[in-house]
Ligand binder design. Structure first.
Ligand code: ZN
Length: 155
């Protein structure tokens, strides 16, 4: 690596303060600002606030995208499917009983888990300066540092 090669990792490690990923994830899981842990992270159910009411940290550029639903599906599936199979093996109930128990359980678990999981994902992305949280605009998908408006590039 030459001195003028800027990678997102180099920008992250050399110029940006270290952020603790697990602390940020925990705060996000609790619906709190990953930066200060005091302000609310969500305005409505899954709507992330533009900025923290307590510390002013901006969250308008978060890009949780589809990761929270993917993780929620994986977790809920690993809870509900073993329970369905256990009940089936132990009691052999009619299908309508199984359906009338597990469809609501699946919906309720999904709705309960989506917000904390999204909060954890936003916290993880914030702590690692991912996507829109990177102050220089570098991205995980883009290994080229293009500079920020304040940089003097070229001659
Ligand atoms: Zn805050």
């Amino acid at each position: 690596m030459t001195a003028d090669t800027w990678t997102p990792e180099r920008v992250r490690t050399e110029t940006l303060p270290k952020r603790d990923t697990w602390t940020a994830i925990k705060r996000g899981l609790l619906g709190r600002c990953p930066h200060c842990g005091k302000g609310r992270l969500f305005g409505r159910y899954l709507k992330v606030v533009d900025h923290c009411e307590a510390c002013g940290e901006s969250y308008s550029e978060h890009r949780a995208d589809d990761l929270p639903p993917y993780l929620t599906i994986i977790i809920v599936g690993h809870i509900v499917i073993p329970l369905v199979l256990s009940v089936q093996q132990a009691y052999q109930p009619p299908d309508w009983v199984q359906i009338s128990i597990w469809v609501p359980v699946t919906l309720i678990l999904t709705l309960l888990l989506l917000q904390p999981i999204k909060g954890g994902v936003v916290g993880m992305q914030w702590a690692n300066y991912m996507h829109g949280f990177h102050p220089h605009g570098a991205d995980d998908d883009d290994r080229t540092y293009r500079g920020s408006p304040g940089d003097k590039l070229g001659g």
